[in-house]
Write a protein that binds this ligand. Structure first.
Ligand code: 7TS
Length: 423
């Protein structure tokens, strides 16, 4: 049976034209073309959520205009179309992260839900008193709290591998902390607060040497670099659509097939069952067993459209462009007197956290906002990381494919205003 729903993709051209296409892509994002505080918007908060290209917006609108119906149930034309589009998006995700089968992709609301699903469906039945879950000091709350909940429910312990002052995982300590009681390793692929790209291949190799499964939190990675879950050999990969140019309320969890087959359902309801009686329920096959209730159909279609958009631009070219901008922005910020970068790992993605002498990060972001420059200030949902680094908060500029050097120049100009006011 042909279980593939995706339409054939054009092969990606990653030649010299690819960089030109990425440079021109800003025009695809309608929300970027507006004034804020009387100045052209400079959007440097893409780690929180990215703007959406017109193609994604149009696909969602088109779905509601022409195809809207519930999936997997009606035998009528619209329901079949909706199902085809929804399942087609699953195929696109499979290709995008190179999973070996479409059944390995579970639709979820986002990274947080994906991690909670693994915590409750995979880990909870397998962990007990004295067992350990190993994370790192740089995790987002979404990759801390779900494990704390399981630990409280089971008597297991959360262990935390340390990082250096520059924001790199201490690999020797990490390796030392892997032991016979470690039941899962859960690590950010890229840190949302520091930009550190973790050595995930090495992390997975060390963990698998001891038969410990690994979850990667890919929220900040998947829209910015090619991700191949088979090459990585990770057991779980979690990500959110809204950080990769798709809508909010949709994301995906990749799980290796044999593991997913062995997992108990997390939530019950329609869609996840084959047969229900008051005495006993037979569950549906994977991945539907983990998708109780009517899913975010338009969201999944939007995520599929975002994948098409990224594939047409070419992820290697996007990564190269963002790396160029990161180098430019790092030099620029390092030239600002009284500014200190937080997160200076050797291997970094386009996330620039910093503090400035005598100015609170919130004041920096408020002043920047008055100049049309959107950044985030705060703990970035990584309070333990802030404690570890001894800062209450940082200001964070985060890059996406639509940014350019003029955006960084506008940030620098805004920081001059900050300095003039406070120093
Ligand atoms: N993990 C990482 C590394 C993240 O950056 C985020 C969101 C999450 C998990 C949770 O994703 P969600 O889609 O389920 O919310 N990070 C941020 C951020 O840096 N600023 O706002 C949200």
């Amino acid at each position: 049976m042909d279980t593939s729903f995706a339409e054939a993709q054009e092969p990606v051209d990653n030649g010299p034209d690819a960089m030109d296409r990425v440079r021109a892509a800003r025009a695809d994002f309608p929300a970027l073309n507006q004034m804020v505080s009387g100045m052209p918007l400079v959007y440097l908060d893409s780690a929180a959520t990215t703007q959406k290209p017109l193609k994604v917006i149009e696909q969602i609108t088109d779905y509601y205009h022409r195809h809207n119906a519930n999936v997997h149930r009606g035998v009528h034309e619209l329901s079949e179309r909706a199902t085809r589009l929804y399942e087609g998006a699953r195929d696109k995700i499979r290709d995008f992260i190179n999973a070996s089968a479409r059944e390995e992709i579970v639709f979820v609301r986002g990274t947080s839900e994906a991690i909670n699903l693994v915590a409750q469906s995979y880990l909870r039945p397998r962990i007990g008193e004295g067992d350990e879950i190993l994370i790192t000091e740089m995790e987002h709350h979404s990759n801390i709290v779900p494990w704390q909940l399981v630990a409280e429910q089971t008597g297991a312990k959360l262990r935390v591998a340390p990082i250096t002052d520059s924001g790199e995982l201490m690999m020797d300590s990490f390796a030392d902390m892997l032991g016979p009681r470690t039941k899962l390793v859960a690590v950010a692929h890229i840190s949302n607060a520091l930009g550190t790209i973790n050595p995930v291949q090495e992390i997975i190799r060390l963990s698998h040497d001891r038969d410990i499964p690994v979850l990667l939190d890919g929220a900040q990675a998947v829209g910015h670099m090619p991700v191949d879950v088979q090459a990585l050999d990770c057991d779980f990969y979690a990500f959110s659509g809204h950080k990769m140019y798709a809508p909010t309320g949709i994301g995906a969890l990749y799980t290796r097939r044999d593991i997913l087959e062995s997992m108990i359902p997390w939530q019950g309801g329609g869609e996840m069952i084959r047969k229900v009686s008051f005495e006993k329920t037979e569950y549906n096959d994977i991945p539907h067993r983990f998708e109780a209730g009517t899913p975010a159909i338009a969201g999944a279609i939007g995520l599929g459209a975002a994948i098409d958009y990224l594939e047409a631009l070419g992820r290697p070219a996007i990564e190269e462009w963002e790396n160029e901008l990161l180098a430019y922005a790092t030099d620029a910020l390092n030239s600002v007197p009284g500014l200190r970068m937080i997160g200076t790992a050797r291997h970094k993605a386009g996330i620039l956290s910093f503090v400035m002498d005598n100015v609170h990060p919130h004041d920096i972001s408020t002043i920047l906002d008055k100049e049309g420059v959107a950044v985030r200030a705060g703990h970035h949902c990584a309070m333990p990381l802030m404690d570890r680094l001894g800062v209450p908060a940082t200001t964070r500029a985060s890059l996406a494919l639509y940014n350019n050097r003029e955006d960084i120049d506008a940030l620098l100009k805004g920081l001059e205003t900050v300095r003039a006011l406070f120093q």
